[in-house]
Design a protein around this ligand. Structure first.
Ligand code: ADP
Ligand code: MG
Ligand code: MG
Length: 513
């Protein structure tokens, strides 16, 4: 089947046109914080002794073509997805069954679950949870129906540390700016036009979500001023992505935020007798702040936990009265296993968590086939597919991990399984590869221009703030539920992984066709 659905794109540029375009990209990016810190090995320490250098973020020179119906489909179902995942995160009884299958075979999930259980024993003192979610999709052409319209299929749903919301507003602005300064040649006029370049609202929307979480916490209990903590990795190359949210939170909502590295939590914060979380900044040790909200941009990967102190830190935060973005249960709700269980054909789970039939039907349309690798009937069938050299090429194998670089693709799967004890296979899920239509673009990364086949991944952000009642399953009250802008990440089609931070892709915006 032909995988061609797009017109020829992007246009060829002569040397002068390319230089004009790149000069604009370079300067606009730095002037507007579409930037990252350099990889340490790029710059000798003596040339950047205090780490003050920044470089342009990897971007596409042109906004990638993207079917308008797919874009609208993705944005349109975000609030249904928010509702679905808030409901799952609020149902400890249901999550427990899922997690119990994993604790034997996945130490990281087991540790997260232990944290939840420890807090539950003493009782949670905060019923409000904030989700800054991102649902990721690829455009899919049904191979069985050559005339079928492209639709979107979900790659995954992120419930923790969903990144690039800060940069995505900037990249959609960049592409709009390039259009307005005639950096795109005349022949693209009918394609690249303002009405085809929707701005991404992720910065104000996500910052608004953080402000709502902060607000919902209520008054200070200790008398100290309130603040938000951005819990971060250290070092962090993608710091400006986070700073955009922090600065907007301050400028638009007058909420102070502090960046605290995960491994500094235990030394810089403490809990009072009511489990109010109090923060003493190391630069101002005589001041105390009361933490209304902890926003996790770390803690999603086992690499963030180097030992017991880091697990103590996670427990310490979870026990606290601060609103968490996300709570441990919300973090666990985002595991790939949950996605697989939801995608099981004819399963009752989707309808249970999303009772509105129309919403559930729309969400269901975006599920790609995903199978367990366990002893169930479907699981045994999947194990066979995954071990077979030929059928394995249609799949990707995923562990319960976040942040990119963890999956096993296509023909590498049989060998990987051979080397993995069979008792550990249930730690993985097997997902059909989504096969997007052929697309070309030009990526500008690390100063290099690479033109060629690309694969785009649409991320739709969601803000969701909800309340649960201690000891009861289910959302008690939905306080906020909004779609919060979008992101396109684009990678060369020779790379299976797409992570921008993991060193593969670029940030992009859509040019609707
Ligand atoms: P992570 O949580 O580590 O980001 P993902 O499920 O997003 O894990 O997988 C990482 C990357 O692998 C995606 O960004 C995408 O490029 C690729 N990928 C994952 N699942 C699929 C799929 N079903 N079809 C095609 N590519 C996929
Ligand atoms: Mg993820
Ligand atoms: Mg991903």
């Amino acid at each position: 089947m032909s995988r061609e659905i797009y017109p020829k794109y992007p246009p060829d540029l002569n040397e002068e046109q390319l230089q004009y375009l790149i000069t604009n990209v370079k300067d606009w990016s730095i002037a507007n914080g579409l930037a990252v810190r350099p990889v340490p090995s790029w710059v000798p320490k003596e040339q950047d002794p205090v780490g003050s250098l920044a470089v342009t973020a990897p971007v596409t020179l042109f906004p990638s073509l993207f079917p308008r119906n797919c874009f609208e489909q993705g944005l349109g179902i975000q609030t249904a997805y928010n509702e679905l995942y808030a409901a799952i995160a609020s149902n400890e009884t249901w999550l427990k069954q899922i997690v119990e299958e994993l604790v034997e075979v996945d130490d990281f999930i087991a540790e997260l679950w232990k944290v939840h259980q420890a807090v539950k024993k003493d009782g949670y003192v905060q019923g409000i949870t904030l989700g800054l979610f991102r649902s990721d999709y690829m455009v899919h052409l049904d191979p069985a129906h050559s005339a079928a319209k492209p639709t979107i299929k979900q790659v995954e749903f992120n419930t923790i540390a969903s990144s690039f919301g800060g940069l995505s507003t900037q990249v959609s602005k960049l592409h709009n700016y390039l259009l307005s300064v005639d950096a795109y040649p005349e022949e693209t006029q009918s394609t690249i036009k303002t009405s085809s370049l929707p701005p991404s609202t992720s910065v104000p929307s996500l910052a608004g979500g953080l402000a709502a979480g902060h607000q919902a916490y209520g008054e200070s209990r200790s008398g100290s001023p309130l603040c938000v903590i951005f819990l971060v990795q250290d070092p962090e190359r993608n710091v400006f992505d986070q700073r955009h949210l922090e600065y907007t939170l301050f400028n638009e909502h007058q909420v102070r935020a502090f960046r605290v590295p995960f491994n500094k939590i235990m030394s810089h914060t403490r809990l009072d007798e009511k489990r109010t979380l109090l923060y003493t900044p190391p630069h101002a040790p005589n001041k105390t702040w009361e933490v209304s909200l902890v926003y996790f941009r770390a803690g999603y990967s086992p690499d963030d936990y180097s030992g017991k102190t880091d697990w103590d830190a996670r427990l310490h935060i979870e026990r606290s009265a601060a609103v968490k973005c996300p709570s441990i249960l919300t973090h666990l709700a985002g595991s790939k296993k949950v996605q697989q269980v939801l995608a099981t054909p004819n399963s009752p789970h989707l309808a249970r968590f999303l009772p509105d039939k129309n919403k559930a039907a729309e969400v269901l349309k975006t599920f790609a086939p995903i199978y367990p690798l366990d002893k169930s009937e479907a699981g045994q069938e999947a194990c066979k597919l995954a071990q077979n050299a030929e059928s394995a090429t249609r799949y990707v194998l995923k562990p319960q991990r976040e942040g990119g670089g963890n999956n096993v693709y296509r023909k590498a799967i049989p060998k990987f399984l051979k080397e993995t004890p069979e008792s550990h296979w249930p730690a993985y899920i097997l997902m059909e590869m989504i096969e997007p239509p052929a697309l070309t673009n030009t990526i500008f990364r690390n100063g290099e221009v690479q033109k060629g086949g690309v694969i785009g991944e649409l991320g739709v952000y969601g803000v969701c703030l909800w309340k649960t009642k201690s000891g009861e399953d289910g959302v008690q009250e939905m306080l906020e539920n909004r779609q919060a802008g979008y992101l396109l990440r684009t990678k060369g089609d020779q790379s299976e992984e797409g992570g921008v931070a993991a060193g593969f892709g670029s940030v992009d915006s859509v040019c609707l066709v």
